[in-house]
Design a protein around this ligand. Structure first.
Ligand SMILES: NC(=O)c1ccc[n+]([C@@H]2O[C@H](COP(=O)([O-])OP(=O)(O)OC[C@H]3O[C@@H](n4cnc5c(N)ncnc54)[C@H](OP(=O)(O)O)[C@@H]3O)[C@@H](O)[C@H]2O)c1
Length: 299
């Protein structure tokens, strides 16, 4: 692992950022503020224009144009198909990248698409690093994400110091696909934990306890978690209009369950929680934060 404190500062680089959504917008902003020359692309051009007005970078009409002349091309789009849409084809980034340039993908996607694009990039003399993130919107805004990477060591070494502009840690887990597999481990951890927290809060509320007080007390003991610290109070208050969308979580758990069919891992709780999230979607919670699991317990 290499953290900002142990990393020497890097010179300004010419980079591109594709996908200025909830995560990409602030991440690209940190790159611009760190002094890099950023060209941004977003499918809906209005978001790119708004980003450029805020941070002063350039915009491009296609991924290919954004990638031209950049030594590093970052992306944070929705899923496997979106990632193929910004990398491949006549207007895709791969067509515009200079030899030896590195594509860094922050999308949460499958390990299979990471390996596929790594192979296609190598065939063109390019590099591809899968680099999904953890830390949510707040982590992106504050520039304290955790980035888990898969890919060749030299390509990782090229991207790591630059990505530290928006991360507290950027770590190579292994070969291509290993970053996405590590993110799947992360999501398995979160799924069961959020359901446990939801059951605990719903139980405490039915028991008539002062739950903010209870969470404050047990949050200083062995039950403490990031979810309890950051989502406990809003779960008590029944507020979910922020954070990491249920639709995205279902996409991630779908990737996990598909991978488990390949590697034989047993995920009984994760599979159950995935179905609970399907119920939350049916309640209208597609864009609610993942802590909305508690909603189905309050029906
Ligand atoms: N939000 C979180 O807390 C969080 C945390 C960790 C990881 N992630 C992961 O990070 C990724 C992005 O999440 P987000 O919350 O930033 O999503 P978002 O706000 O919905 O942004 C998605 C971005 O991808 C672009 N996009 C989607 N499909 C595209 C396509 N076919 N071609 C070109 N661009 C396309 C969108 O462009 P338009 O503006 O034109 O729609 C937008 O810029 C997801 O994989 C998510 O699972 C999110």
């Amino acid at each position: 692992m290499n953290t900002r404190s142990t990393q020497e500062s890097t010179g300004a680089r010419r980079v591109a950022f594709l996908g200025l959504g909830v995560m990409g917008h602030p991440m690209a902003g940190h790159l611009a503020r760190a002094g890099h020359q950023v060209t941004a692309y977003n499918r809906s051009p209005a978001k790119a224009a708004a980003w450029a007005a805020e941070y002063g970078g350039a915009t491009a009409a296609t991924p290919r144009q954004a990638a031209a002349g950049a030594s590093l091309v970052f992306a944070c789009v929705g899923n496997d198909d979106d990632l193929r849409a910004v990398t491949l084809g006549d207007d895709g980034a791969f067509a515009g990248m200079a030899p030896d340039a590195v594509f860094v993908d922050h999308t949460t996607a499958s390990a299979a698409v990471a390996r596929e694009l790594h192979g296609l990039a190598r065939a063109r003399g390019l590099h591809f690093v899968d680099a999904p993130v953890s830390g949510g919107q707040a982590g992106a805004v504050k520039g304290i994400l955790t980035v888990m990477c898969g890919g060749d060591e030299a390509a990782f070494a090229a991207m790591q110091p630059v990505a530290l502009a928006y991360a507290k840690a950027v770590t190579r887990i292994g070969d291509s696909g290993a970053g996405q597999l590590a993110k799947m481990v992360n999501q398995v951890c979160i799924a069961g934990l959020v359901q446990g927290l939801a059951e605990a809060i719903a139980f405490g509320q039915r028991a008539g306890l002062d739950m903010p007080l209870v969470l404050d007390v047990i949050g200083k003991g062995a039950a403490q978690s990031w979810q309890m610290d950051n989502r406990g109070k809003t779960m008590v208050d029944d507020k979910f209009d922020f954070g990491f969308a249920v639709d995205w979580m279902r996409k991630d758990l779908g990737l996990v369950i598909e991978e488990s069919r390949r590697n034989g891992a047993q995920l009984p709780v994760t599979a159950l929680v995935d179905q609970f999230y399907a119920e939350v979607q049916a309640l209208g919670g597609q864009r609610w934060d993942t802590s909305s699991l508690i909603r189905r317990l309050k029906k």
